[in-house]
Write a protein that binds this ligand. Sequence first.
Ligand code: COA
Length: 314
Amino acid sequence: MNSVLVSVGAALPKKCVLNSELPAHLDTSDEWIVQRTGIHQRYIAGEDETTVSLATAAAENALSKGNIPPREVDLIIVCTATGDYTFPASATLVQRNLGITSGVAFDISAACSGFIYGLKTADCFIRTGQARCALVIGAETFSRIVDWNDRSTCVLFGDGAGAVVLKASECDDKGLVYCKIHADGSLANLLTTTGGVSISQNSGFVKMNGREVFRNAVEKMHCSLCDLLKANNMTVNDVDLLVPHQANKRIIDNIVEMSGLNPEKVVITLDKHANTSAASIPLALNEVSLDSCKNVVLLSMGAGFTWGEALLKL
Ligand code: COA
């Protein structure tokens, strides 16, 4: 049994904010942000938009593109660090919004690596016969947990949601043929929040050692790519599309240069979306045509540290 990708969907908040439209008190500039990160704009959730509303819209979009009735879905995983409530899980609220009353629904917290953690988890459910049709959704409203007085972090993030539908298939050479996830908690302090429910009774704000995060991101994602290629007896030339976590264009450029991959095969959406954490990979997948692709590689890394790599054969 294998998990095949059936469809991809996405949802973005209505409001788009250009670098030049960021609050004046930040003392930043379009030039600085573009040069250091590649980000030109981000979408910011309005009062009527939340992680669950974006996740629901992305899920509906993916289901409708795959022509799948919601009642077929028996597993919903929402990958998020910015859920609507402490509990219930955002996934159960998405389930309710979709009108589904059976199956399994839960959230995964692995920060920016959440989506690959979600894919791996859904794949385990499918391979062991516990699910046949899974919605894996990355959804975030990071604008609600960044410190809008800290220019070194708030300019980097955006809001949005992306969703994929995975189905069980007997076809072993297609689908999620390889997926590995990793963690190293000794690096937890490099990228964290200033609080949390049990520490401060609030979510706290994003706090980051930018340089160290940058260095670890390049090292770990490059290593992930090399391991994936080796394990699957592939070279970079066999990769049709690389969809890396969209945090910083310079991180991606470093990985591409170190690996010798043709830059034209790399999907970049951070210029439009900024870093949408767990939503960045499915949002990027939704922007490209997968029609002529056979081997699609996904790479992620996030707070924890957590990281992961996946090979989708289409
Ligand atoms: N606008 C203008 N200046 C800014 C700024 C902003 N938005 N943010 C920081 N600066 C300033 C700093 O205050 C510093 O000034 P100083 O030299 O007077 O002290 C200067 O720019 C350089 O800061 P530095 O942190 O060394 O810049 P950098 O080249 O390392 O770039 C990041 C900063 C955050 C863009 C970079 O470290 C990064 O992208 N790290 C990884 C972040 C990431 O991807 N996190 C999510 C992972 S999932």
